[in-house]
Design a protein around this ligand. Sequence first.
Ligand code: CMP
Length: 136
Amino acid sequence: MSNIEQTLSIIKPDAVERNLVEEIKNIFIKKELNIKESKKIQITKDEAAEFYKVHQSKPFYNDLCSYLSSGPIVVMILEGEDAIITNRKLMGATNPKEAEDNTIRKLYGISIDKNSVHGSDSIINAKKEIEFFFKN
Ligand code: CMP
């Protein structure tokens, strides 16, 4: 049975800065994740803090929020079969050093912070994250 989902993807400042947007988008398109919406924006540190609220107790929270707001990002709604898990498999492990070959983070990630992409990790978070960027 088909299970078409939507998920939120972010191309982070390190990848936008290195002109990797089209390469990363092509990885999604080739795996039949359709890009329903896409916009290049820069968010404030307060907005990043709101977006990453689930991590507020983590020691890396402040740096994470500074980083996501440090330069332009590309936010996208991806839609396709099992989009949430499909996207997470394409991204690879959070730490690029641990990511499998040919995943986005293995190919392009620089460090655990500068790991090039973010993707929603559950149906609930996908809905929240899509609303955060696209339904204001
Ligand atoms: P992301 O998928 O965007 O979700 C939260 C981010 O926190 C994660 O990617 C990493 O870039 C960043 N991060 C920094 N340090 C850590 C850590 N020790 N464990 C998990 N995520 C981390």
